[in-house]
Design a protein around this ligand. Structure first.
Ligand SMILES: Cc1ncc(COP(=O)(O)O)c(C=O)c1O
Length: 364
């Protein structure tokens, strides 16, 4: 029996543009080998910084390229977390949570509801005098919940950030992989960039193996993050950055994005349809983009009782509790629909539903 994984946010292998990237890598080295085969600036490959700077309407000195955006988050957190508590969403992407824990940061959580981050809870904390070093938020197709912050809340959040001089760290790897509905302005766009650090990467839009991520930062902070980068690796990997630049420069990005969006939509549709058929009493988000769906088990079921049965049945996922700091998510799980093709998604969700059914029988 082939194991089916809904565990990690990995793109489908067939969506990786292998031939084009091979060609771009060769061209990048041939064209600019003396730069990309040497040490270079800690902030990354100049032409890609300039390309991104133009896209985000800032100067290139405000763009710092890192080996994946998670590394950008780590550098930023190293610069900021000692200045005060860090606010995060509950649930949130587990890796930043673990990085913050490992560096001994004080972490304060804010709840999400169907419209995304509960801005009222944030306002209350700020009014009570909490002065966080920053708020880490994933407003669009959040990992793990698949939720998206509404436009009204985006505006309110940006206003609050201004009023309380709160730095927002907007992690946005999924904003461009929207396959339904109209796009929303980013916090960075609404704010103009004074109170928002924007982070994204080419992991979900081109290929994660490139390890090309970036931050757009206020000037002073950009220098601090660059200093962190310099003391960590001197220069980030320039060949993938130059390869990515070549890919963009050749105009291949948009067509690839369209293919990725179509593939994700077919997978999301398959997952939602199978859930409706096999687990009609559960609740789930049906995101209009991104990689993940959040499943709340039917009343009376606990994820911990399902995990090993699901594994034995050949289906994997991440338990909801992994995305919380303390309690939370005990009856939920994250399903990534990005990797498996639709037919396997159908089979995997059917196996999952059977594992849930067994856990009821043994609990009864
Ligand atoms: C919200 C979020 N941020 C960052 C990352 C990491 O991206 P990168 O590959 O650019 O390090 C991920 C990967 O799953 C993610 O879901």
């Amino acid at each position: 029996m082939k194991a089916i994984s809904f565990a990690r946010g990995i793109p489908a292998p067939e969506s990786l543009p292998r031939a084009d990237l091979a060609d771009c890598a060769r061209a990048a080295i041939e064209r600019d080998g003396s730069t990309v085969l040497n040490y270079g600036p800690a902030g990354g490959y100049g032409p890609l910084r300039e390309w991104l700077a133009a896209r985000h309407r800032v100067g290139p000195e405000r763009v710092v390229l890192t080996n994946g955006s998670l590394q950008g988050f780590l550098f930023l957190a190293r610069c900021l977390a000692r200045r005060g508590p860090v606010l995060v969403e509950a649930p949130t992407y587990d890796r930043p949570l673990r990085l913050l824990e490992a560096m001994g940061a004080e972490v304060v959580t804010l709840p999400l509801d169907d419209e995304g981050l509960d801005v009222n809870s944030l306002e209350l904390l700020l009014r009570q005098g909490l002065r966080p070093s920053f708020l880490y938020t994933i407003p669009t197709f959040q990992n793990p919940s698949g939720k998206t912050l509404s436009k009204a809340r985006r505006r309110r959040l940006v206003r609050l950030a201004r009023r309380y001089d709160l730095l927002l760290v907007e992690d946005d790897p999924y904003g461009l992989v929207r396959f339904e509905g109209t796009g929303l302005p980013t916090l960075f766009e609404l704010d103009g960039g004074a109170n928002v650090v924007y982070g994204s990467s080419f992991s979900k839009t081109v290929a994660p193996g490139l390890r090309v991520g970036y931050l757009v930062l206020p000037n002073g902070l950009a220098s601090e993050v660059e200093a962190e980068a310099s003391s960590t690796y001197i220069t980030p990997a320039l060949i993938p950055q130059a390869t990515t630049y070549e890919y963009l420069h050749r105009g291949l990005f948009e067509g690839n994005l369209a293919r990725i969006r179509d593939a994700l939509q077919a997978r999301r549709d398959a997952m939602v349809a199978t859930l409706a058929r096999e687990l009609p009493d559960a609740r789930w988000t049906a995101p209009k983009g991104g990689y993940f769906l959040w499943l709340e088990l039917p009343e009376g079921f606990r994820t911990a009782d399902v995990v090993s049965r699901a594994q034995a049945a050949g289906v994997r996922f991440v338990p909801g509790s992994d995305f919380f700091l303390g309690r939370g998510g005990e009856c939920a799980l994250r399903l990534a629909y990005s990797l498996a093709p639709p037919a396997e998604i159908d089979e995997g969700v059917t196996r999952l539903a059977a594992a849930v059914g067994c856990s009821l029988r043994s609990a009864a």
